[in-house]
Design a protein around this ligand. Structure first.
Ligand code: IMP
Ligand code: MG
Length: 418
């Protein structure tokens, strides 16, 4: 077989617990890409976009859909709630954004979230002993059925006999007519995502892979059991879309200039409640999916270093620098120490009780306000020092920074790999 060359996969993933600002970065990068692909998670994600005086939150459809001439692909690794997908498609049309089988493609193999998956998720969350702080969107139970080999895939919605057989074993509810109706509506969008994406890459196109959640919520590598139900690290872009890993040429890992987390689980640099309140107000740190207040804290470099390793990051993107302005001294965690004074890694820290861990911080001068930034030289000095520290500690280049939610409030610091 002839080797194909030319095309490249550019992966954008979260380096924290989600909500790093991946949506706005994907929005910027999608301008130069042919297609944008979602490869894991479902409508637990919420990617906020701000452009032309519009605000739009997408939960399932890749952010690239808002750019003309872009293909948006929901690949096999995603779990789809058809009601949410159809509502999102209608919402895009209301915003005059094209959304038809010409520019939106859905993998035949993506799994379908049914109402009973959501009911299981909510039921578990209602019991204190099981509470993880999930989004109650049925994501976990849908992946459980997938792995149990009982799941319903998008293509099953098209074949009545297969549906009858599958639904018999999993759903107590009368879902057949509803599933057939979904099949009618979604059928024209279904494709083999792997074949499509491999062809695009083979033709020399750039394909952007839009991660959801973040490395520290990864089912294998995150702070288990306080994690989501899919792999969120960059390697999943290959598995979750049906292409070979060799196509993934660049992995951009996104982090905020501070940290947030929604739901339960350890968070070593979390601030006291009063300080969190200030961050939350200034940074609008409320979940884009559930509206829950996000927990806020300082940037955590040992955690970010761990995330960069498991993602195989080739570059970093740091977002929301503007939120640090007007807050007083800025802190960044540089190391963890055990009670005996020994430096410990993020992975070790996760299995110790948080009270026994001392966090070492580096402090930076406060920034009174955020000036207009056109070049790195316009950045306040202490933020430049912060950038230097992150690059040094992670031994990775910061390729892009953002300092506002609107399009254009970002600068590239170095070239992406070509
Ligand atoms: P699930 O993904 O709904 O099962 O929730 C599991 C954990 O992941 C909870 O702590 C959620 O708050 C968190 N989570 C899931 N999706 C996102 C996201 O897109 N951003 C931030 N946290 C998320
Ligand atoms: Mg989000």
């Amino acid at each position: 077989m002839a080797l194909k060359s030319g095309g490249r996969g550019l992966v954008v993933v979260g380096g924290q617990w989600g909500d790093e600002g991946k949506g706005r970065i994907v929005d910027t990068l999608s301008a130069q890409s042919f297609a944008t692909v979602r490869f894991q998670g479902g409508n637990n994600a919420g990617h906020s976009l701000h452009f032309d005086n519009k605000s739009l939150v997408l939960h399932l459809i890749p952010c690239g859909i808002v750019r003309n001439k872009q293909l948006a692909i929901i690949a096999n690794g995603v779990v789809i709630d058809p009601e949410v997908l159809l509502a999102e498609m209608a919402e895009l049309k209301r915003h005059n954004i094209a959304c038809s089988p010409l520019n939106l493609k859905i993998s035949r193999h993506a799994h379908i979230i049914l109402p009973f998956h959501k009911a299981i998720d909510s039921q578990r969350e209602s019991e204190a002993k099981n509470k993880l702080g999930t989004t109650k969107r049925g994501i976990g139970p849908c992946y459980e059925y997938k792995v149990a080999r009982l799941g319903l895939r998008a293509e099953d919605l098209l074949v009545r006999s297969r549906l009858v057989h599958k639904l018999e074993s999993i759903s107590q509810e009368a879902m057949l007519d509803q599933c057939l109706a979904w099949g009618d509506q979604l059928g024209p969008y279904l494709v083999d995502s792997g074949e499509l994406i491999d062809d695009l890459l083979g033709q020399g196109h750039q394909v952007l892979f839009e991660g959801a959640q973040g490395a520290l919520l990864d089912i294998d590598h995150g702070s288990y059991p306080y994690v989501t139900s899919s792999n969120c690290v960059a390697a999943q872009a290959a598995i979750g879309s049906g292409i070979g890993p060799g196509w993934l040429k660049e992995v951009l890992m996104v982090s905020k200039a501070y940290s947030t987390r929604v739901g339960e689980g350890p968070f070593l640099t979390e601030l006291d409640l009063a300080s969190q309140e200030i961050f939350r107000k200034q940074g609008n740190e409320f979940g884009a999916t559930t509206g829950r207040p996000r927990r806020c804290g300082w940037l955590d470099l040992p955690a970010l270093k761990y995330a960069a390793r498991i993602n195989g990051a080739t570059g970093l993107v740091i977002t929301k620098f503007d939120i640090l302005a007007g807050l007083g001294p800025i802190k960044v965690a540089t190391a963890y120490r055990s009670a005996s004074g020994k430096t410990i890694s993020f992975a070790e820290a996760m299995i110790n009780s948080p009270e026994t861990i001392e966090i070492v911080y580096q402090e930076f001068e406060p920034v009174a306000y955020m000036p207009k930034i056109n070049h790195l030289a316009d950045m306040p000095q202490s933020m430049c020092q912060m950038i230097e520290l992150i690059e040094k500690e992670l031994a990775l280049p910061i390729k892009m920074i953002s300092f506002g939610k609107e399009r254009g409030q970002e600068i590239f610091l170095s070239q992406l790999t070509t």
